[in-house]
Design a protein around this ligand. Structure first.
Ligand code: FE2
Ligand code: FE2
Length: 148
């Protein structure tokens, strides 16, 4: 795999992070009801993580000699807490799948192609944080179910 291909994959990841960031912040503003406060706080905390991920992907892309994308992946509106949790869970799973594919592609390149241990480590770390987001959103879903 060429550096250009890796840069392309990382830029796709960066665009997902742009989308996730604005989506969590937008959703945080429309949460209402009895359990709103802790959910708003949590959505904003996750948005902070996505912002960090953007910075990390930008740094990786720059280090490879690429130009970080300014595009944003498709975002998904939601109208209720249930919908917000559902939509973001789906998008987190897309991110996990995408980052896992990047890791697989990097691993296959341990031979002759371009390979960077730090790059693999960073992508793996971001992947783990997305998995934590999935767990947190699932926990919030549980809270919703039990409060009525
Ligand atoms: Fe992220
Ligand atoms: Fe996430």
């Amino acid at each position: 795999m060429t550096k250009e291909k890796i840069i392309e994959l990382l830029n796709h990841a960066l665009e997902l992070e742009h989308g996730a960031y604005v989506q969590y912040l937008s959703h945080a503003e429309i949460v209402e009801g009895i359990n709103a406060e802790p959910i708003i706080a949590r959505l904003k905390e996750i948005a902070d993580d996505e912002k960090k991920h953007q910075d990390e992907f930008r740094t990786l892309i720059g280090a490879l000699g690429g130009v970080p994308s300014m595009k944003i992946a498709e975002t998904h509106p939601a109208k209720s807490i249930e919908e917000i949790l559902e939509v973001n869970l789906k998008d987190e799973k897309v991110a996990v799948d995408t980052y896992r594919k990047i890791l697989d592609a990097l691993k296959q390149e341990k031979g002759p192609g371009y390979y960077d241990h730090l790059l693999e480590h960073e992508v793996r770390h971001i992947l783990m944080e997305e998995q934590e987001h999935i767990t947190e959103l699932e926990l919030l879903q549980g809270t919703q179910g039990s409060s009525y």
